[in-house]
Design a protein around this ligand. Structure first.
Ligand code: V0D
Length: 264
């Protein structure tokens, strides 16, 4: 079974994207897709461009993939935009990245509103530059009544920190007497994570060939199907997303009847 967890080349397809969409939507679409958007720097290097050019191109890919996911009826899309580890990068690169939310929203907010997308974020908001916080806050505020796809940006996010925070909150409530130790169970912990309003991810995609989780949604990914691809994030297009979804649907078809027999 291990080969199924590891990067696997998509099958050749001569179908148009429209044909693939109509085919894909005949089977259950993952409710929540989470993506580790890796390979932006490598994409730029291959073209002898500065790393930031890759981040900029990666931003355009977020828009393209959001559009298709929304069209397919995906309920939530979580994208790992900045990890707590990413602060170690050169200051000028970090400064550039921190301007991307403003640029993204300046360019695409009207389109997100038009497409009924709701923007949310998870991660430590209050240590981001103020201009970044302001841009994200405005996007969340403007789209909060939208009922289509939830676009969840993981910004300054780390999963262990998220879990530690949840434990702190729970312990505090136990001390206050609003909870008792026997209330602590899996469901309660889930409800204290930053994803408490989202379904658990059905599909995790990581681009650019690295096969690891890098402190991303450790709790939430317990039952998630994984899709690893060598494609660099700026090159990840509609066909790549459809490859990942079709693979997910194929696995669901195989195991669908066997639920309960599976040892997770
Ligand atoms: C850089 C590839 C969009 C990953 C995508 C601040 C690395 C492009 C946003 C964004 C980043 C965030 C919040 C929001 C609207 C847009 C973004 C960051 C990095 C980290 F409300 N792309 N993007 N944020 N990259």
């Amino acid at each position: 079974m291990l080969h199924k967890l590891i990067r696997r080349k998509p099958e050749k397809k001569n179908q148009t994207i429209a044909e693939r969409i109509s085919h894909s939507t005949k089977e259950p679409i993952p409710s929540h897709i989470a993506i580790i958007m890796d390979g932006n720097g490598r994409w730029a290097k291959k073209r002898l461009l500065p790393r930031v050019a890759g981040h900029h191109e990666g931003m355009k890919t977020v828009r393209k993939i959001t559009k298709l996911a929304n069209k397919l009826g995906v309920q939530a899309l979580t994208v790992y935009a900045f990890s707590t580890e990413n602060w170690k990068r050169p200051k000028l690169e970090v400064d550039f990245i921190m301007r991307l939310p403003e640029e993204f929203l300046g360019t695409y907010l009207p389109e997100l509103i038009e497409e009924n997308v709701r923007v949310v974020m998870m991660g430590e908001n209050n240590t981001l530059p103020l201009h970044t916080q302001e841009a994200v806050k405005k996007a969340i505020e403007t789209t909060k009544e939208n009922t289509g796809l939830v676009l969840n940006f993981a910004l300054n996010y780390g999963s262990r920190a998220e879990i530690a925070q949840a434990v702190q909150n729970i312990v505090h409530q136990v001390q206050q007497g609003t909870l008792t130790y026997s209330d602590v169970n899996e469901e309660l912990i889930s409800q204290h994570l930053m994803t408490c309003d989202l379904p658990e991810p059905d599909l995790l995609i990581r681009t650019s060939g690295e096969v690891r989780l890098s402190n991303f949604m450790l709790w939430q990914l317990a039952y998630t199907e994984f899709w690893f691809t060598d494609t660099l994030w700026p090159d990840f297009d509609e066909n790549c997303l459809l490859d990942a979804i079709e693979s997910y649907q194929k696995r669901n078809r195989r195991y669908g009847g066997l639920k309960g027999d599976e040892t997770h």
